[in-house]
Design a protein. Structure first.
Length: 287
């Protein structure tokens, strides 16, 4: 029988074997549907510009996008609003702001347009709107589209299931650039949900975020979060399982937002021929 450590290594090796072609090597693992028409919500932003490049590089048709009034779309075709963009596209990739989630869900559902959503900082109402959209159109909503981070999610769940909550304290540390407006990050919360799933609990029942003052001793089973902001760090996440005699740490550093853009376009191409439903990056990556 494998030890827990060997089992996790086996998962990692199996994943790397299956995904040695993740869109970052010349012989990418998917076929581009040449007729797929893609629009980008937030096309003028940093992610929007990278998504533009990745859509073109993948061979799909970039229809255009929407952005804030006065922003420079770098020559891309701009549409009056999300409804007009949705009507012209097969699929919209959306990295905008939580305040747009509900109106975007409404517009895309009305148009029957597929949706790849990377917006974080979502409320319960936003989550409900996404779930409702998934009953009418194909949707992938993910806190992070990086293959490495999604592997981290899978390992986090396996480790949490293997390491007793009353012996191994789970803590999540994240740091991002000074412009990020939500905390903890969507990726950090995704890690928390993975740990909670591995332990068979709901994250909202065990989350402890931003400890301050006289907090008392740590309770068994808590999942703690610490948030740092500064400079122009793209994203850094660590998950720590700490016992009395040892500590295990999983860490991911994002050096370039292109990892997210490449993953989002990969998700878009995968979603192109799917029926209505709420999908995830595990399915995209074959994990």
């Amino acid at each position: 029988m494998m030890t827990n450590g060997l089992a996790l290594c086996a998962v990692f090796v199996h994943y790397l074997t299956k995904t040695s072609r993740l869109g970052i090597a010349p012989d990418i693992a998917y076929k581009t549907p040449m007729t797929l028409k893609i629009g980008i919500a937030g096309i003028s932003g940093r992610m929007g510009q990278m998504l533009t490049e990745e859509v073109v590089a993948a061979g799909a048709t970039l229809v255009g996008g929407v952005c804030r009034p006065g922003d420079d779309a770098k020559g891309a075709t701009l549409f009056a609003d999300i409804a007009a963009l949705a009507a012209a596209c097969d699929l919209v990739i959306d990295f905008t702001h939580a305040s747009t989630v509900i109106p975007h869900a409404t517009a895309l559902t009305h148009a029957g347009t597929s949706w790849v959503l990377g917006t974080t900082g979502l409320s319960a109402a936003d989550e409900a709107a996404i779930a409702a959209a998934g009953t009418k159109i194909p949707v992938i909503a993910a806190p992070n589209f990086s293959p490495g981070v999604n592997l981290m999610f899978a390992l986090a769940e396996r480790m949490a299931a293997a390491l007793p909550a009353n012996a191994y304290d789970a803590e999540i540390l994240e740091m991002h650039h000074r412009q990020k407006v939500d905390a903890p990050s969507g990726t950090a919360l995704g890690l928390g949900r993975a740990v909670a799933a591995g332990r068979g609990v709901d994250l909202k029942d065990v989350i402890v975020s931003g400890r301050d003052g006289h907090t008392g001793p740590r309770k068994d089973g808590e999942i703690g979060f610490a948030t740092l902001r500064g400079g122009q760090i793209v994203g850094s996440h660590s998950l720590l399982f700490t016992a009395g005699s040892e500590q295990i740490t999983l860490t991911h550093h994002a050096f370039d937002r292109r990892a997210f853009a490449t993953g989002a376009v990969r998700a878009a191409l995968w979603l192109a021929d799917k029926k209505p439903g709420l999908y995830n990056m595990k399915q995209v990556l074959g994990m």
